[in-house]
Design a protein around this ligand. Structure first.
Ligand SMILES: *Cc1c(COP(=O)(O)O)cnc(C)c1O
Length: 516
């Protein structure tokens, strides 16, 4: 198709500096015949079709060439660089997204994960030729056992939620093995992450919600009332999602065990306690770790994750296979020969590149370093909490762990149009990623702030300054807050229209005639 003057103008946006940037897709930029890379022609007389037929069997060949964008190399590179400039990332600015541990990603972890000796290994290569990778994964298993106090680890699951699913399947298998099919209920506190009840429900369990008390902790009376011979397990996050350590943790796990249930620990908040407390010592039977929260590879961009599961002797036989093991002669192998194990949850060895980054992180910090990480994460959160509590309402006044919650109650008392969403949007104009908002559901107008250990005092002070200034704006110039954000490429979106006129087909609706 020839270039036509009737093509719609390519879409652009203004970035935070007021510069115009293209957001056209590569298909819109495409022009027939343009190339990014020029390869020399095939030898004189070579028959491309015959060559293709000699490689691919008849039925597997395309009838038509693939519809790929045709762009120059420079256009392609600018396309991706432009898009990257429009995103907020941990490499741009502060990212206090509670429950997500958006700490920095040490570049050495990327370097390790990108080593050709690891990432050029074909997943089907014989194990004898993948000894380096297997050895690294074996070492990671050993470190995670040490850090959690559990006797066994499987690196299979692809994320925290996947680890929860594995844990719930293990618990179900355990009760079935005991001949106990009446244990159909899983207890989940009302502050839990949504993946907890979802994972339990996916395994066929009935979810029983446990109320939090007025101090934001599990209400022991509510727990006692919920326990019965139908209890299969409790799923608990500690410190919980409002950043509080469960003071009665030992009583909680003991009560559940006495009722014949098992205890699952959601490890998303491990950043608060690693090197200080071992999960197994709190009485839990099985847990997942979010390596992409606790050990580099922050996942805010929706990138790959990894959710290893760790278990005690009771549940170890059910861990997903394969696990990595070492022979007496020092060589490593993948053990698929575990008769009670859950099947394989992930292809090949798990998300190896994320696991290698986690190993690099653990090696770089070492035991004392990890303890310091959790101490500083808790210190930073308490510093922010102390500096913001004059301006914003604090539902819970105790010392927090690695994250804490505030609400917009004071600001709403002055102007009922102001809410937490508006304050969060305004924060974007100051260059910060907003904290997690409206989660957990137990507190209205909540914001959950997790600074992590890797932010400097100067950055934390800039954040405090912005938060205080926004509270002032909410009082004196409410429209500035209610219409925010003003400087981002995408301004305040119409959330009602987004639901009622959902439009997911960019090409059909916006790009008629684009491309070729
Ligand atoms: C992030 C998170 C999860 C889910 O983990 P993913 O790795 O995102 O699947 C579960 N529980 C809590 C408390 C979390 O913060």
């Amino acid at each position: 198709m020839s270039e036509s003057s009737t093509k719609p103008a390519l879409p652009t946006v203004r970035d935070a500096h007021g510069n115009t940037r293209s957001v056209a897709t590569l298909f819109e930029l495409s022009r027939t015949g343009r190339q990014g890379v020029t390869l020399p022609p095939l030898d004189e007389g070579a028959d491309e079709t015959a060559l293709m037929q000699s490689i691919l069997p008849e039925g597997w060949q395309r009838k038509r060439p693939a519809r790929l964008p045709e762009v120059s190399q420079l256009e392609m590179i600018r396309h991706y660089v432009n898009l990257s400039q429009l995103n907020h990332s941990i490499d741009n600015n502060f990212y206090p997204l509670g429950s997500c541990s958006m700490k920095y990603n040490p570049k050495i972890c990327d370097w390790v994960g990108n080593q050709p000796a690891f990432n050029l290994v074909h997943p089907e290569v014989p194990q004898a030729l993948a000894q380096g990778t297997l050895g690294a994964l074996y070492t990671l298993q050993a470190y995670l056992k040490d850090l959690t106090g559990f006797c066994a680890v499987s690196l299979q699951p692809a994320a925290g939620a996947h680890g929860e699913l594995a844990g719930m399947m293990m618990i179900r298998a355990y009760h079935q093995r005991q001949g106990n099919t009446a244990r159909t209920e899983v207890l989940v506190p009302d502050s839990a992450h949504g993946t907890n009840p979802a994972s339990a429900a996916m395994c066929g369990f009935d979810v029983v919600e446990i109320k939090s008390n007025e101090r934001g902790l599990v209400d022991l009376n509510a727990l006692r009332a919920a326990l019965s011979d139908r209890t299969a397990a409790i799923m608990l996050t500690n410190p919980n999602t409002v950043g509080l350590f469960e003071e009665d943790i030992l009583s909680i796990t003991q009560m559940v065990h006495e009722a014949g249930g098992l205890c699952y620990y959601d490890g998303a908040n491990l950043n608060a306690i690693m090197g200080r407390a071992k999960v197994a010592h709190m009485g839990f039977d099985v847990m997942h770790l979010n390596t992409h929260k606790t050990f580099a590879t922050p996942h805010g961009g929706g990138g790959p994750g990894s959710g290893p599961v760790a278990a005690n002797e009771k549940l170890e036989p059910f861990l997903p296979k394969p696990t990595v093991e070492q022979r007496p002669d020092g060589t490593y192998w993948l053990n698929h020969d575990r008769p009670d194990a859950l099947g394989q949850l992930k292809l090949f060895y798990g998300n190896t590149e994320v696991l290698l980054r986690a190993l690099a992180y653990l090696v770089c910090y070492g035991g004392d370093g990890l303890r310091e990480v959790s101490e500083k994460a808790v210190l930073n959160a308490n510093y922010l909490k102390a500096r913001l509590k004059e301006t914003y309402h604090e539902p819970f006044t105790q010392t927090c762990m690695h994250e804490f919650i505030l609400t917009s109650r004071h600001q709403r008392a002055d102007n009922k149009d102001i809410n937490t969403m508006a304050l969060a949007k305004r924060l974007m104009d100051y260059g910060f990623h907003p904290p997690t908002v409206y989660f957990p559901l137990i507190i209205p107008e909540i914001m959950m702030i997790e600074p992590t250990e890797t932010e400097s005092k100067e950055t934390l002070d800039r954040f405090v300054q912005a938060m205080v200034q926004i509270a002032d704006e909410a009082k004196t110039q409410p429209d500035l807050v209610l219409d925010a954000p003003h400087t981002t490429p995408v301004k305040r979106v119409d959330e009602v229209a987004a639901v009622k006129q959902l439009d997911l087909n960019y090409f059909a609706n916006h790009a008629q005639g684009a491309g070729n």
